[in-house]
Design a protein around this ligand. Structure first.
Ligand SMILES: Cc1ncc(COP(=O)(O)O)c(C=O)c1O
Ligand SMILES: N[C@@H](CCCC[NH3+])C(=O)O
Length: 417
């Protein structure tokens, strides 16, 4: 459930604000987020975990706007980060660094040092050399690093190959059968404290089974580690819960969290960590775009809009489907089938293909489910300034990132004398 709804007069509202008003005030293209939706989604995880010890660590990569991080920080959220930049954002947004888990396969020594100085809660270690690097940096700083090993359980997440991470062929984590040996290496370091096991098998999962298969394997590993005298305090189950973009019916976060909890009934002290990104942010955001031209050709009819692949790359990158709707359904328009495309000079620049739409030039369109992996994957390709981001909180539409200017495009560059 989100807070983007059509009113009886045919206009789409973000909470209590007509999206047409947002487009008039801030221009298009423009990202719009709903605070109530973000909070609702975060609480769905938190409440479903109930009194089982747990922490919801929002995956910053999904949408790293400071306003969004601060909304979640105020709820008591933890954060899953994958870079020094994401950690800096969490700190800037007022997040609690002791609730940060640091994932990612290529942590640099500088990032590890920054994270140790900032007091992050845990490093999710993704390889043996990384374990030694963390130990070296912690030793040099005279600090103790909390670690968890990200294990690769070799489970097929059944999602797009580019966003599947839990198979042996993927670069992520350490093969689950090698994990005990790596934990034993960690034991040998005084400056490392083993606190957890971590596992993230992919993104946009629409079934529970892969999560539960992975969980079974990880629980077996935890038992095996106990026999080796290695006690695990937390189980980080990663993120990956999918959302409905079209006709998918992924489990609700509460159904997902309940299913995991069921399997932990006999382990009441094993703290559960979730790293959801998409499930919190995707349907808490939309992208507003204006129809510049309708271009009928013999083969296809194109709706050329002012947003492009540089603003929202998911359709081009993964052939991802995102619903596209008029912002006002009460206008008298003739319906046709369109490819909705942007102005970028790439054939792959499209937001949607073969969409039935009743639209005219100048109309405002809404790309739904754009709150996750939307703005944060935007670029300046074709020297297009990136769009503004607006957070709606009840009756208020707050610009939480302004539209870039041309001068922003060449910030940091120099003209040779
Ligand atoms: C380690 C890790 N945690 C969490 C996430 C968040 O995933 P999602 O947005 O699918 O919940 C990702 C991205 O897939 C990830 O790589
Ligand atoms: N960026 C991807 C998800 C990748 C998940 C990152 N681990 C998407 O838009 O669907």
């Amino acid at each position: 459930m989100d807070h983007f709804n059509y009113q009886p007069d045919g206009r789409l509202f973000a909470e209590n604000v007509p999206v047409e008003d947002i487009a008039n005030n801030f221009g298009t293209p423009c990202y719009v987020y709903s605070r109530a939706t973000l909070e609702r989604h975060w609480k769905a995880f938190d409440e479903a975990a109930g009194d089982h010890p747990h922490l919801v660590c929002y995956a910053v990569k999904a949408n790293s706007n400071l306003a969004i991080l601060s909304v979640l920080a105020k709820l008591g959220s933890g954060f899953d980060i994958v870079s020094g930049g994401e950690l800096a954002r969490v700190i800037e947004a007022g997040g609690d660094t002791s609730k940060v888990v640091f994932s990612g396969v290529g942590k640099t020594s500088e990032e590890i040092e920054f994270a140790l100085d900032a007091g992050v809660g845990c490093f999710n270690v993704e390889s043996e050399p990384e374990l030694h690097r963390i130990a070296n940096v912690a030793g040099r700083l005279g600090k103790v690093a909390n670690i968890s090993i990200r294990v690769n359980p070799d489970v097929d997440a059944g999602t797009h190959p580019y966003i599947s991470t839990g198979l042996k062929e993927n670069k992520f984590g350490i093969a689950i059968e090698h994990a005990p040996a790596v934990y034993q290496q960690a034991m040998a370091y005084d400056q490392l404290k083993i606190v957890g096991v971590d596992c993230h098998i992919g993104s946009q999962l629409t079934e529970l089974d892969p999560f539960l298969d992975a969980l079974e394997r990880v629980l077996a590993l935890i038992d095996q580690l106990a026999e080796l005298g290695i006690e695990i305090e937390h189980l980080d189950v990663g993120g990956g819960l999918g959302v409905p973009y079209k006709d998918e019916t992924p489990p609700h976060p509460s159904e997902y969290a309940h299913a995991l909890r069921q399997r932990l009934i006999d382990r009441p002290n094993l703290k559960l960590i979730f790293e959801p990104g998409r499930a919190i942010a995707a349907n808490a955001g939309i992208l507003l775009t204006k129809v510049e031209f309708l271009k009928p050709t013999e083969e296809k009819h194109f709706a050329i809009v002012d947003a492009a692949m540089n603003d929202l790359i998911r359709p081009s990158l993964y052939s991802a489907y995102q619903s596209i709707q008029p912002a006002n359904t009460s206008l008298d328009r003739k319906s046709d089938i369109y490819d909705v495309v942007g102005p970028v000079c790439e054939t792959g620049d499209f937001l949607g293909k073969d969409r039935e739409l009743a639209i005219a030039e100048g109309d405002l369109l809404v790309v739904r489910s754009a709150g996750a992996y939307g703005f944060c994957m935007a670029s300046n390709y074709n020297s297009r300034p990136r769009p503004p981001e607006v957070l709606v909180d009840s009756d208020n539409a707050i610009e939480v990132r302004r539209r870039e200017t041309f001068a922003d495009l060449w910030k940091g560059e120099v003209v040779l004398p």
